[in-house]
Design a protein around this ligand. Structure first.
Ligand code: 1GP
Length: 255
């Protein structure tokens, strides 16, 4: 039987093809100013990710509220099996491949799989890879990671290739929410080149010029979380930088 790609993933792929990159805004359901963020980002983000590493409360209500404000696709980014709601459109079906605990690699997604089916959520298969300095952030602690060192970009690239061979269509290079520095351009470039799958980059991206560099290096998607929690207006400049870099990347590819 042929594996079908769902509506949300198709839409994201189309934007990547036409605009060179997508901008994903991560909303932590525990944040206080969710309505303000959703209102502000609705004209800029390509999709909204909903999730957090340290437990979730009111996920149903938060997701419903976001959907009332914006028509953007909502993609769950579950920190554990409790990060699922029937009110979202899709879910990153992810394996934290470089965890030291099999729970995060395969058990959590397996325990969540029946709920995903029952809720009718579109699963988007993704390798979740935690890169230095993620160990010093919540995801590194909770996910018990074997951190990929920044000076060994080929290790991240190898994981992305492995993800592709496992049939995953996306890999997320994660430096951790609030990271002091993001994933390096070199790591992004080599990961994209070796695997060819969609590369998402996030963690510690706070400036438009940094997002711009990440896209030009080969990122297909940039995620910001903290930035907009502090200043929802920052979405505009971030969006402009990502789309500008996307256009340049497409031009370079044609040369
Ligand atoms: C976390 O990569 C995301 O999973 C976002 O990180 O909060 O640092 O933008 P920031």
């Amino acid at each position: 039987m042929e594996i079908k790609i769902g509506k949300v993933e198709k839409k994201l792929n189309k934007i990547i093809e036409e605009e060179g990159a997508i901008y994903l805004v991560l909303i932590d359901p525990d944040e206080k100013n969710i309505e303000e963020i959703a209102e502000k980002v609705k004209d800029y983000a390509d999709a909204i990710m909903i999730g957090g590493s340290i437990g979730v409360i009111n996920l149903d209500e938060v997701t419903k509220k976001i959907k009332e404000i914006t028509k953007l696709p909502t993609i769950l980014f579950p920190g554990n099996v409790d990060g699922l709601t029937q009110y979202a459109d899709a879910v990153f079906f992810m394996s934290l491949m470089n965890s030291t605990n099999p729970y995060w690699i395969v058990n959590a997604p397996t325990l969540g799989s029946l709920t995903i089916k029952k809720f009718g959520l579109e699963p988007i298969p993704m390798a979740y890879l935690c890169v230095e300095p993620a160990k010093r952030t919540a995801v590194g602690f909770v996910g018990e990671i074997n951190e990929i060192p920044q000076r060994k970009p080929e290790i991240a690239a190898m994981y992305c290739l492995s993800a592709k061979y496992f049939g995953m269509r996306w890999a997320y290079l994660e430096a951790g929410s609030g990271a002091e520095y993001p994933v390096s351009n070199e790591m992004i470039a080599i990961s994209k080149k070796l695997s060819g799958i969609n590369i998402i980059v996030g963690g510690g991206i706070r400036k438009p010029e940094i997002a711009y560099e990440k896209v030009l290096s080969g990122a297909d998607a940039v995620v910001t979380g903290n930035l907009l929690e502090k200043d929802p207006n920052a979405v505009e400049e971030m969006y402009d930088a990502i789309k500008k870099a996307g256009r340049e990347k497409l031009k370079n590819q044609k040369k």
